[in-house]
Design a protein around this ligand. Structure first.
Ligand code: IPD
Length: 294
């Protein structure tokens, strides 16, 4: 690397965090204003995988703004990948963006939506910004510097007993009958433990913020994407929580599966109950067999 590329890849992370916060607030205002307006909705990988012009506009805004400030940085954005760009994480500083997490909510005018912006450097997640733009809650996290919501320090739950847990999960957008059966099978296994409850709010990024805030004890999902969890991974970890693979190992950002919890004991108990649902990886590499679908 040389010249301006070298200089910009060495930008202090604090500057990156400031820039991500600024553009997330700007994006949030656009989403808020568009929430109640009629939208042109298109489908992507399935009839329930939705996209609107606002998703594309906001992703464009975020990428344009950040690439002006950090010209050597790379981008993985939900809508750019849907449009055919590769989803490959390299050692280069890479922004991982979900312009509207909770697009299905957004389409229906349900006010549970967020902008999610994470930054990976040398394949390590360094910072995350998630803006829950209707309730105007700004979640931020930077590796080694804590996690906050509107400036208040976050602390994840200290619950270790699955039979006392309130858990969040998401249904995803796949409607393949086998995948749907497995979704409910996993919920049934957890409810039979018996866990206190399972809730679904429609945004994986916000679910993970709830784990970081200690509002719930855990979250799990099969079928989400790297842009749903990149920013949140930093926020959860910095709040003292854990993000791990549903098979029990370390989180693999491209694997499309995660268990997050306030304590490792909780995450391990949930992982033990879950039956694997195989999805094609985000980076297209061979990681799972018998993949159900995109
Ligand atoms: C989706 C939401 C949803 C989850 C999906 C995600 P999107 O993100 O987080 O709750 O179930 O797996 O892909 O499409 O709204 O950005």
């Amino acid at each position: 690397m040389a010249g301006s590329g070298e200089r910009s890849s060495q930008q202090p992370l604090e500057k990156c965090l400031e820039a991500a916060v600024q553009v997330a607030l700007e994006a949030g205002q656009i989403i808020r204003e568009a929430l109640r307006i009629e939208k042109r909705v298109q489908t992507k990988s399935s009839a329930a995988d939705l996209v609107t012009e606002t998703d594309q506009l906001v992703e464009n805004l975020i990428i344009t703004t950040l690439s002006k400030k950090f010209p050597s940085h790379r981008f993985i954005g939900e809508e750019s990948v849907a449009a055919g760009e590769k989803c490959i994480l390299t050692d280069d500083p890479t922004w991982i963006i979900d312009p509207i997490d909770g697009t299905c909510n957004f389409v229906h005018g349900t006010p549970v939506v967020a902008v999610s912006i994470g930054l990976s450097v040398k394949k390590e997640l360094e910072l995350g910004v998630i803006y829950s733009c209707v309730e105007e809650k700004l979640y931020t996290g930077r590796k080694g510097h804590g996690a906050f919501c509107n400036g208040q320090k976050l602390q994840a739950s200290n619950q270790t007993d699955l039979s006392k847990a309130l858990i969040l999960t998401e249904l995803g957008s796949i409607r393949d009958p086998v995948a749907v059966k497995m979704l409910f099978n996993n919920m049934e296994r957890l409810l039979k433990v018996p866990a206190h409850g399972i809730r679904i709010v429609g945004s994986a990024a916000l679910d993970l913020c709830h784990v970081a805030a200690g509002d719930v004890d855990a979250f799990y999902q099969f079928g989400l994407h790297c842009w749903d969890m990149a920013a949140a991974a930093v926020i959860v970890r910095e709040a003292g929580g854990i993000m791990m693979d549903t098979a029990g190992g370390p989180l693999d950002l491209m694997s499309r599966r995660v268990v997050a919890a306030g304590t490792p004991e909780m995450a391990c108990q949930i992982a033990k109950e879950l039956q694997p649902v195989a999805y094609e990886r985000d980076d297209g590499t061979e990681g799972t067999s018998n993949s159900l679908s995109k």
